[in-house]
Ligand binder design. Structure first.
Ligand SMILES: N=c1c2ncn([C@@H]3O[C@H](COP(=O)(O)OP(=O)(O)OP(=O)(O)O)[C@@H](O)[C@H]3O)c2ncn1[C@@H]1O[C@H](COP(=O)(O)O)[C@@H](O)[C@H]1O
Length: 94
């Protein structure tokens, strides 16, 4: 299992079993609009890092964006494997 699959499982577990002190549980409890806004903020931070900061900053911000995007997918009822399937379909088109 790769790190994204493991992260997905943790996010789904935090949804099913909210945990005290968990950032993911706190994020989920704030609702989809809040999570969506966080994705937007993290995307902007990725853009700023790519254009004005170094590679290390871009890696850090990209990880933040991926994490928040996965939480948004989870609270929207989308399964990670459905996103992977869409990518597989696109690969098959080329
Ligand atoms: N990958 C992540 C991850 N990436 C980023 N973050 C958190 O995302 C937040 C982003 O920082 P910001 O400054 O934007 O947000 P903030 O000011 O802390 O919080 P807000 O009030 O703005 O929401 C930080 O608090 C990070 O700790 C993450 N928190 C958790 N994970 C993964 O989720 C797992 C479970 O974590 P918990 O849910 O905390 O147990 C961890 O083991 C990690 O694998």
């Amino acid at each position: 299992m790769d790190v994204l699959d493991e992260l997905w499982n943790v996010i789904k577990d935090r949804m099913a079993n909210p945990k005290e002190g968990s950032y993911t549980s706190k994020l989920i409890s704030k609702g989809k609009p809040y999570v969506a806004r966080k994705v937007g903020e993290e995307a902007v931070e990725v853009i700023v890092a790519a254009l004005y900061e170094g590679k290390d900053s871009l890696i850090y911000e990209a990880a933040d964006l991926l994490y928040h995007l996965m939480v948004l997918l989870a609270v929207s009822g989308v399964e990670w494997k459905e996103v992977l399937r869409e990518l597989e379909i696109r690969r098959g088109k080329k």
